[in-house]
Design a protein around this ligand. Structure first.
Ligand SMILES: [Zn+2]
Ligand SMILES: [Zn+2]
Length: 316
């Protein structure tokens, strides 16, 4: 480092790069160990790296000085702008529940072609690469270690395995690919991908709202239909993540019918016959979480269905 604590070699950020990834590239370019950089830039809390996707301005300024990159540009590599206009409940939900900090996912093909860490990979609900139409990868395929956001080399595992050599699985579901395309368009203010199936989500919601809505549905569906709390990781023993995401996304394709088909399935669960959904805590959680004007397009058909079922129960 030079005087005034500035790096000699400055990495040029890519439009959709993650700040974490840029810090790793800066360390690699300047042959600095990244824990040192986090320490130096005061990016730690209780000795752990903080989640720089949600970094405050003071820390950003300091990091900007070290990297010799304007704080505004660094801020655009976080999710800060996407959260600026959204409800605080939505923001907190996504930061604490929907973002990776330790482990992450990557697209081996993107890493091979571009050599940087795309910001959207840190979003737990974003599972498919819209450029290569393949599933993102969570583990090193040689030593099976998780892939970490705070890693010393952007391109390879500590065991030496090049992530670009990982085999990838093509995603068979156009709806899930389109969901990734839609998030990419929204986050980067682009109309790079054409969205047709998910028109309803695309039309009604901002980036953060779309993540929040799908994430909450995924959580509820896994609780009701699979009796599990999902942690949004392929690494967990509960590896239905992709199926549940697909199921949830399909709910938005043909409203209200698609939602009613899902609710029919829920009502066919034996325990729901005894403890009807509309009297459960879960029902009130759904209502509470969706009580914002933006979610009216989904809350209204939900309420219609519940009213119909409730009146049936009442007349029994
Ligand atoms: Zn890719
Ligand atoms: Zn490895």
């Amino acid at each position: 480092m030079k005087e005034k604590s500035q790096l000699l070699n400055i990495p040029i950020p890519f439009y959709d790069e993650s700040l974490k990834g840029l810090i790793i590239r800066a360390c690699m370019l300047n042959k600095i160990k990244f824990p040192l950089m986090y320490k130096f830039a005061n990016l730690r809390s209780q000795n752990e790296p903080i989640n720089v996707n949600d970094i405050n301005e003071t820390r950003l300024e300091k990091l900007g000085e070290i990297l010799n990159i304007k704080a505004d540009l660094l801020s655009s590599l976080t999710f800060h702008n996407a959260f600026k206009k959204c409800d605080i409940k939505i923001k907190n939900s996504i930061v604490y529940m929907g973002m990776f900090n330790g482990q992450t996912k990557i697209c081996p093909k993107c890493l091979d072609e571009c050599g940087y860490h795309r910001k959207l990979w840190d979003c737990k609900i974003y599972c498919v690469c819209p450029f290569h139409r393949c599933m993102l990868v969570e583990n090193c395929q040689k030593c099976y270690r998780s892939i970490y956001t705070h890693r010393s080399n952007i391109l390879k595992c500590e065991c030496g395995f090049m992530y670009s050599e990982a085999s990838v699985k093509t995603c068979e579901h156009e709806e899930v690919i389109e969901f990734s395309m839609m998030l990419h368009n929204k986050l980067f203010d682009q109309s790079r991908f054409i969205i047709s199936k998910l028109y309803c989500l695309d039309h009604n919601l901002e980036f953060a709202q779309a993540i929040y809505l799908v994430m909450h549905f995924v959580k509820r569906i896994s609780q009701i239909l699979y009796k599990r709390n999902i942690n949004f990781s392929y690494n967990s023993d509960f590896n239905n993540l992709h199926q549940i995401i697909l199921k949830v996304i399909c709910v938005f394709i043909d409203l209200p019918n698609s939602l009613h088909v899902l609710l029919d399935e829920i009502y066919q669960q034996p325990f729901k016959k005894k403890y009807p959904l509309h009297t459960s805590d879960l029902h009130f959680t759904v209502i509470r979480n969706l009580l914002m004007p933006e979610f009216k397009f989904i809350l209204d058909p939900y309420q219609q269905y519940i009213d119909k079922v409730a009146s049936k129960f009442d007349s029994m």
